[in-house]
Design a protein around this ligand. Structure first.
Ligand SMILES: [Mn+2]
Length: 471
């Protein structure tokens, strides 16, 4: 029998809620997984991608990761991994560095045989490249074969890539696909169809909550390969002790307000917890700060208030008819003669309902959409500005347009570099309120959010580089 510990979506380096303690939590979870692997004396740890939250982990994250991998290595347990969408770099990967140090092995088309199992790997593949894949795996003579890969696969929720198709096209018979990317754990047996596919597909889930939507326990899979074929594969889920998240859902009745919410909050010991209050129902408008204060009094490490109710825009609006600073800014922005693209970004950063916690993510998404659309006119400064204004600001606006046209010409590389499968699954659209200022890490969606920045590939334009100021 061969036993693999299947983990992934570790997201080391994610400073969630802009809280340093959270950053440490993600590394601690990885440490715990490795400790369990050593205690269980598994035959290998397979990692299904997103070891890092972004492609530029800090030195402290790298050192921490190497320390953990060194422990595993000392126990003589191999660490076999693929590259996820969050951490993909253009050329060499972090994983290659760990491999060169002897602490990891990067999986690929050639089998890495562990006991009775031939293990193959496929790094995250951007959508645009999937049709060209050959799935040409070198043969093996082990009892079992498994593929480790990263992406959102059907038959699981949010799947944009069919696991059955991969299994059918693969040049070797696979008994299991060990997956990463979807942070929700799951397992399914794909029964034989006329394509002959018969295999397990399973997500191990993330090891720390990369988003408040990840309410269930975090964990990993232990996969035992016994008798040959998928019937001999046994997947067991183990949970991990992680940072406590307290979800306090309050449904307000008409006439109720902040007092009712705080009364609920007071009933919880929130010591060192990430506390998330979600308000639904009717009742009065609640100022998040008033609730967050109470949450901190109860000991919360992080206090978040989501108000899922909708209020009439006119309700409570203050009409200021003179010296309105917002209007002054709006007027000045109009004078700048910014392109449609620039105004759309300005809207996201400054004016829109986008919560602070999502600004970085949304701006990145908008830039990506604009570049994908490849419509240069979106980057043209508007024509209906006065001559003087245009003359004064034309240079900056044109510069933006030029830079982004360069980026548009390079769409494929942008796709490579940022290739992200998270959009489809990013259902964390609820409005969140936080006292943290702009510049915080974006709250992650299902997949822990978008890769942090595209600015690394600096030749893609200074406009992206300057957006990094918001990151
Ligand atoms: Mn992930």
């Amino acid at each position: 029998m061969t036993r693999l510990l299947h983990t992934g979506d570790t997201h080391i380096g994610y400073r969630q809620y802009n809280e340093p303690a959270r950053r440490q939590d993600f590394l601690d979870a990885f440490q715990q997984v490795v400790r369990d692997a050593i205690d269980e004396n598994v035959d290998a740890v397979v990692h299904a991608g997103d070891l890092f939250h972004d492609r530029r982990p800090d030195l402290v994250d790298l050192l921490g990761t190497i320390g953990v991998l060194r422990d595993l290595d000392a126990a003589d347990i191999p660490f076999l991994a693929v590259v996820g969408n969050h951490e993909t770099k253009r050329d060499a990967q972090w994983l290659d560095l760990f491999e060169s140090l002897g602490y990891a092995e990067r999986l690929g088309d050639d089998p890495r045989v562990v006991g009775d199992v031939a293990v193959y790997g496929l790094d995250f593949v951007p959508r645009s490249r999937r049709d060209d894949l050959e799935y040409d795996f070198a043969t093996h003579d082990a009892d079992h074969a498994t593929l480790v890969t990263h992406g959102l696969f059907q038959p699981f929720d949010h799947g944009d890539w069919d696991a059955r198709e991969v299994l059918a096209e693969a040049s070797v018979d696979l008994d299991a696909m060990l997956l990463g990317d979807n942070h929700a754990p799951g397992q399914e047996r794909l029964e034989p169809d006329d394509d002959g596919v018969d295999a397990w597909v399973t997500y191990c889930g993330s090891t720390e909550r990369a988003s408040a939507d990840e309410r269930e326990d975090r964990g990993y899979n232990l996969v035992a390969f016994e008798d040959s074929g998928p019937d001999g594969v046994h997947i067991t889920r183990r949970s991990l002790p992680t940072r406590e998240f307290r979800f306090i859902d309050v449904e307000l009745q008409a006439g109720e307000g902040v007092e009712r919410v705080n009364e609920q909050v007071t009933q919880y010991d929130l010591s060192d917890a990430v506390a998330v209050v979600t308000i639904t129902g009717a009742g009065e408008r609640v100022a998040p700060a008033q609730v967050e204060e109470r949450m901190r009094e109860q000991g919360a490490l992080v206090a978040r208030v989501n108000d899922r109710r909708e209020f009439d825009a006119a309700d409570g609006e203050v009409d200021v008819s003179f010296a309105d600073p917002d209007e002054a800014v709006r007027e000045r922005v109009r004078e700048l003669g910014l392109s449609e693209a620039a105004r759309s970004l300005d809207e996201t950063v400054r004016a829109s309902k986008t919560p602070d916690s999502r600004v970085t993510e949304d701006v990145e998404q908008r830039v990506r959409d604009l570049v994908e659309d490849g419509d240069p006119s979106a980057f043209q400064p508007v024509s209906d500005v006065s001559e003087t204004t245009a003359a004064r600001t034309g240079t900056a606006a044109e510069k933006l347009a030029d830079d982004d046209e360069d980026a548009a010409a390079d769409t494929d590389t942008v796709d490579d570099a940022t290739g992200d499968s998270a959009e489809a699954a990013d259902d964390d659209s609820a409005e969140e309120t936080t006292t943290a200022g702009r510049g915080g890490d974006p709250e992650a969606g299902q997949d822990g959010g978008q890769p942090e920045a595209t600015a690394e590939d600096s030749e893609q334009g200074q406009s992206q580089g300057s957006l990094g100021d918001f990151a």
